[in-house]
Design a protein around this ligand. Structure first.
Ligand code: ZN
Length: 458
């Protein structure tokens, strides 16, 4: 799916990997536009002075910045930052575009690459350059901006669970885990097969931090100047890492059908040359019918490669469904369908050749659901509610330790720090709806009204 590049910290997306990202982009873009945001594009380079305008923003990003000091053979008068995120340059433009309450809300989204210099890199999860979308919105009131933050959180949740079949925990971040410059950060988090959590997307309520720094004001209905209220939200190519780690097994990738570039592959099987024509003809008819039904399918008619080798290769690539057509199948007017999410011969079923689109459609729907269910069961099995600090420490202990710990935490940063330092687990999310009665904090014993998910994270 990808290779490391000659530049440390960067990766090359191979066609197999990039096709998955393209499907993510296409579907998420549709869902984002449905909320009213429109796409725009802002420059890669940002004047260094822009980054300094919002104090906590520069503090959060300065160690990770890539800075351009020379261009055209000369030293630049002002260094340029390669965008780590586009808040500053977009807000610079918002200040020029927004004059009146009639210009609001202003909602833009951008698909682009960003650069955050990383010392430790991990394929898809932590790379110096990555691809993402970043949405930026400006609203007349605090309530509208807060509602937008939660709308996007829900868009991300639904997208990940429905399209990527990745179960999540959803909630707000603790102050320590918040985005630099945000008043509140909300996140979706998933749990990888190895028991470590991965932040899959964030939605930030920025309040007026940036509008005050960038003078983004509008004249309200009574002709008074007001600062706008803002949000920003994004997901990145990290989602590819989540897909691999949540659904992968010992044979390789397992792609949910919704996002799979190839949903079904037909492997024709013959021994004698005399069988070849009728098998290939049936396979081609199958491809035609599936394509017409909207199934993304591929005919693997490569010569000189055994069916067994082809099976392994498509399994490794995660194609959800394999369709085998041999001479006996043709004679019986059937095909053999093998699910990637199942195991052994139990996962094989027969379908009449002339009903292939219906059979494949139903199986793809079922595979999508079963992958989500399997991932959800795995997450639930690794979610615990330790009763005391020792229990929490034991859960996180050693290489095999991990999973989600759902514990009462009083909200005091000192207790959070103690958990991080002694167990390496960090606060991943504080669920928004909390109904259980207050209990004592797992660290200090003080009354605690909220429970939070802690986990070791990527
Ligand atoms: Zn406490």
């Amino acid at each position: 799916m990808a290779d490391y590049s000659p530049v440390r910290g960067c990766i090359v997306f191979r066609p197999e990997g990039f096709a998955i990202w393209e499907n993510i982009v296409a579907e998420l873009d549709r869902r984002i536009k449905r909320t009213g945001a429109r796409n725009a594009y802002f420059p890669l380079f940002i004047p260094e002075s822009f980054i300094r305008k919002e104090a906590s923003h520069v503090e959060g990003f300065s160690p990770e910045l890539a800075v351009v000091t020379h261009g055209g053979g000369k030293e630049l008068e002002e260094p340029l930052i390669v965008r780590p995120t586009s808040e500053t340059i977009i807000n610079h433009m918002f200040a020029q575009w927004i004059k009146s309450y009639r210009d609001l809300p202003l909602m833009v989204n951008q698909w682009c690459n960003v650069v955050r210099w990383e010392m430790r890199t991990r394929m898809f999860l932590r790379t110096s350059e990555f691809l993402w979308q970043e949405g930026h919105t400006a609203h007349a009131t605090r309530e509208e901006a807060e509602a937008e933050t939660l709308t996007m959180l829900e868009v991300y949740r639904a997208f990940c669970e429905e399209f990527l079949a990745i179960p999540l925990i959803v909630g707000r971040k603790s102050a320590a885990e918040r985005f630099a410059g945000a008043l509140e950060t909300y996140a979706i988090e998933s749990l990888m097969g190895d028991g470590r959590a991965l932040q899959c997307g964030t939605s930030h309520f920025l309040a007026q931090n940036f509008s005050r720094a960038f003078e983004i004001r509008y004249l309200d209905e009574t002709n008074q100047w007001q600062y706008v209220w803002q949000t920003s939200w994004g997901v990145s190519t990290r989602l590819l890492g989540a897909l691999i780690m949540v659904h992968g097994d010992d044979q390789g990738l397992r792609l949910p059908p919704a996002v799979a570039p190839v949903q079904a592959v037909i492997v024709p099987i013959w021994r004698k040359p005399a069988e070849r024509d009728s098998v290939l003809e049936a396979a081609q008819r199958g491809i035609l019918a599936l394509t017409q039904a909207g199934v993304r399918c591929h005919l693997d008619d490569r010569a000189g490669i055994t069916p067994g080798f082809k099976f392994n290769e498509w399994e490794m690539r995660g194609v959800p469904l394999r369709i085998e057509i041999g001479p006996r199948d043709v004679a019986a007017g059937e095909a053999t369908l093998a699910r990637r999410d199942g195991a052994g011969s139990a996962s094989k079923v027969k379908s009449p050749l002339d009903r292939l689109p219906e059979s494949v459609g139903a199986l793809l729907d079922d595979i999508q659901k079963s992958l989500f269910r399997a991932a959800k069961d795995a997450m639930d099995a690794q979610t615990h509610e330790p009763k005391d600090f020792n229990g929490l420490a034991e859960q996180m202990e050693g290489e095999g330790g991990g999973g989600l710990a759902y514990v009462y935490w009083c909200g005091n940063p000192a207790c959070e720090t103690k958990i991080r330092e002694e167990t390496r687990a960090t606060c991943r999310a504080i669920p928004l709806a909390q109904s259980a009665p207050p209990q004592s904090c797992i660290v200090c014993g003080e009354e605690s009204r909220e429970r939070a998910f802690f986990a070791k994270a990527y």
